[in-house]
Design a protein around this ligand. Structure first.
Ligand code: ADP
Length: 274
């Protein structure tokens, strides 16, 4: 299968001293759901900033659809239509005075015909259930609402790949559930989703594939089952096993669950397997 986005031998150092990425080679395929784990300072945000051309690697590179990305203004505008990022801090992303202006900012910048920009803006507003919010100031919204506005701004660009930097960090369980519904919808539409998170429970139930960063290196790239069964890796990267995984492993050990039938991703699945 051909990768939609890939990096090869990516290295990046801040100010010539902090090595943030150390020879990272990884490929993403259409429609994948990828969780990126790693403790603070492991290199996840820096890695994302390489994928959408926000920073240029010291060595190695990034390819989109098989072609190395370029860093001219025009090439970067083109890349960001395809690879959108939802930043962790909505306040860092949001710049406009109203929700409508914020969501339309990207399409307007693309110099699309006005009707097309309007169509994309209202489509993205509807997509994120923000009807009625158009004239409100994004800065006066709740954390969950702001997150929806920043996602709408990215959706309006109609990207093929979406990067989310710790999207669940500031959300309560209700808004996390809402976000998961949105992610499910994006997945059904065939988009490639890459999410950095500290939430191993979320990574385990949601991802098809898990990447683990540790001290700027890609320490693991595998299925959730491969990653969460690797005790040594988890210890090295200071990660915990998901509680449901631990419970299932215990039940399998006691002969109450047949591991060959697969490990449950939800309590409902566990109940069905028992
Ligand atoms: P993560 O997203 O996994 O927390 P980061 O990519 O933010 O990791 O950080 C990787 C390393 O780069 C860390 O050592 C961090 O201190 C350093 N770093 C990140 N951003 C900057 C910056 N703007 N200037 C200098 N060092 C930075």
């Amino acid at each position: 299968m051909k990768a939609v986005l890939e990096t090869w031998d990516l290295c990046y150092t801040y100010n010539g001293e902090t090595l943030a990425l150390n020879h990272v080679t990884v490929a993403f395929y259409k429609g994948e759901r990828v969780a990126v784990l790693g403790n603070n300072g492991a290199g996840k945000s820096t890695f994302f900033s390489m994928l959408n051309g926000l920073r240029k690697p010291d060595s190695g590179g990034v390819k989109y659809n098989g072609a190395p990305i370029g860093y001219s203004r025009k090439e970067l505008i083109g890349l960001r239509q395809k690879v959108g990022e939802v930043f962790q801090e909505a306040d860092r992303q949001i710049i406009a005075a109203t929700v409508e202006a914020e969501v339309s900012f990207g399409p307007m910048n693309l110099k699309l015909p006005r009707e097309e920009a309007v169509r994309r803006t209202s489509g993205a507003i509807r997509y994120m259930n923000l009807d009625g919010y158009e004239r409100r100031s994004p800065h006066c919204l709740s954390g969950g609402e702001k997150k929806r506005v920043s996602i709408a701004g990215v959706i309006a660009m109609e990207p093929e790949i979406l990067l989310f930097d710790e999207p669940t960090a500031s959300l309560d369980p209700y808004h996390i559930a809402q976000l998961e519904e949105t992610l499910e919808r994006m997945h059904r539409e065939g988009r490639t989703l890459v999410i950095s998170t500290h939430d191993v429970e979320f990574a385990y139930r949601w991802a098809d594939r898990v990447l683990v960063f540790h001290q700027g290196r890609l320490a693991a790239d595998g299925t959730p089952e491969q990653v969460f069964s690797n005790q040594e890796l988890l210890k090295q990267a200071c990660l915990k096993q998901p509680v449901l995984w631990q419970a299932a492993a215990l039940l399998a050990e006691r002969g109450l669950l047949a591991p060959e039938k697969g490990f449950p991703k939800t309590v409902k699945e566990l109940s069905r397997l028992l």
